[in-house]
Structures are given as structure tokens and as C-alpha cells.
Design a binder for this molecule. Structure first.
Ligand code: SF4
Length: 191
């Protein structure tokens, strides 16, 4: 059996759990099925499986009820002009980092966006704005935390992992992020 078939097998195995599937369990299943030991690859694949399990639920949520969380580590920290408050950084669109394009894409698609540091800030914003679906760009540990916390509330999400992680000067594949931001509404009722 090839890797693709193994991954399809993992998706099928967790299909009944849907939004409740745990990243740890999915990652373990990916490692078992594919026999691949590279942790980075296993994590990436586990997130891909979770995205697949959540995708339809995200598409059923209206775009206006989705929130995109972007990590502040993508900023050009030395030149950034963004002001910050309790809702995170407000990008001034100076164009010195990829956030300007990501924010622009969110606005074109009518989804709310927030540039934040991670964990606790995200949940404070969620309490205030109550999004019904989340799209997050982050490193794997932050994605894992978000998936586990949001599954408690049955809120579907899509994750995009940073292509270069770390605390500063990180990178993301813009096309991958745009694809998630642009996910169309499919019979979206928002409920
Ligand atoms: S594009 Fe926005 S987030 Fe990036 S450096 Fe400029 S003001 Fe800061």
C-alpha cells in the first residue's frame, strides 16, 4: 500500500470522530500506517488529515462567521508599523512582510482576521467575537493546542503550518494559506 492510500485509510478510520479526532491519535495512526518516522512529516500529515476531517464543516459556515488567526512572528519585527491592542496587531500594510497580503486576502473574502501571539490571546478574541469556524496559520505546537481546544467546542478549523517556524522571521506558503482563506461556502447556514 502506498503512502497516499495509507493516509486515506487514516482519514477513513477517523471519519466517524470528525471534529473530535485528536491530533495525537491521528499522528500515531499516520506513523503506524505509513511507517514514516520523520516527526515533522508525521505532524504535517496529521494536520492534513485533521483539515480533511473538518473541511466540509468549515465550508458550511458563512465566511462572515469565520475568523483567520495569523501569527505575529510573520511580521518584519524591525520595520513593522502595526499598532497593537487587546485584539492583536493591526497591520498598516507597509508590505514589509507577508501579512499585508494575507490580511488583504481575508478582507477580499469577507473573513475577520487577527494577528496574534498564540494560545490565550486567541481564546480571548474568540470569546468576544464568537466565530463559528477558524482558520489558523501557526507552528505545529500551536496548531495542536488550537485543534484540541476547539474540538471541545465543536468548532471546525483549518490549519496551515508555517514553512519556516521559530519565534521570529517565520514563513508560510502563501498559496496554501490563500486556499484556506478562500474556501467557499457550501450550503452555509452558519449553524
Ligand atoms: S505588512 Fe503589516 S504586519 Fe507586516 S511589517 Fe508591515 S505593518 Fe507590520
Amino acid at each position: 500500500m502506498g503512502v497516499r492510500e495509507s493516509i486515506q485509510g487514516v482519514i477513513a478510520r477517523f471519519a466517524s470522530l470528525g471534529l473530535s479526532a485528536s491530533v495525537t491519535d491521528v499522528a500515531r495512526a499516520v506513523a503506524e500506517e505509513t511507517k514514516i518516522v520523520d516527526e515533522k512529516w508525521v505532524n504535517f500529515t496529521a494536520v492534513t488529515v485533521i483539515n480533511s476531517l473538518h473541511k466540509e464543516a468549515v465550508m458550511r459556515v458563512r465566511k462572515k462567521d469565520r475568523a483567520v488567526f495569523l501569527p505575529h512572528c510573520l511580521r518584519n519585527a524591525e520595520e513593522c508599523k502595526a499598532k497593537i491592542d487587546e485584539e492583536g496587531y493591526h497591520c498598516a500594510r507597509c508590505g514589509k512582510c507577508s501579512l499585508a497580503r494575507l490580511v488583504e486576502e481575508c478582507e477580499k473574502n469577507g473573513v475577520k482576521w487577527f494577528i496574534v501571539g498564540g494560545g490565550s490571546a486567541i481564546f480571548e478574541i474568540m470569546k468576544k467575537h464568537g466565530p463559528k469556524a477558524v482558520i489558523g496559520v501557526s507552528c505545529f505546537p500551536e496548531a495542536k493546542l488550537a485543534i484540541e481546544r476547539l474540538s471541545e467546542f465543536k468548532i471546525p478549523l483549518q490549519s496551515v503550518l508555517l514553512s519556516k517556524a521559530g519565534c521570529v522571521d517565520t514563513r508560510v506558503d502563501l498559496e496554501e494559506a490563500f486556499e484556506k482563506i478562500r474556501l467557499p461556502e457550501a450550503g452555509a447556514g452558519g449553524e
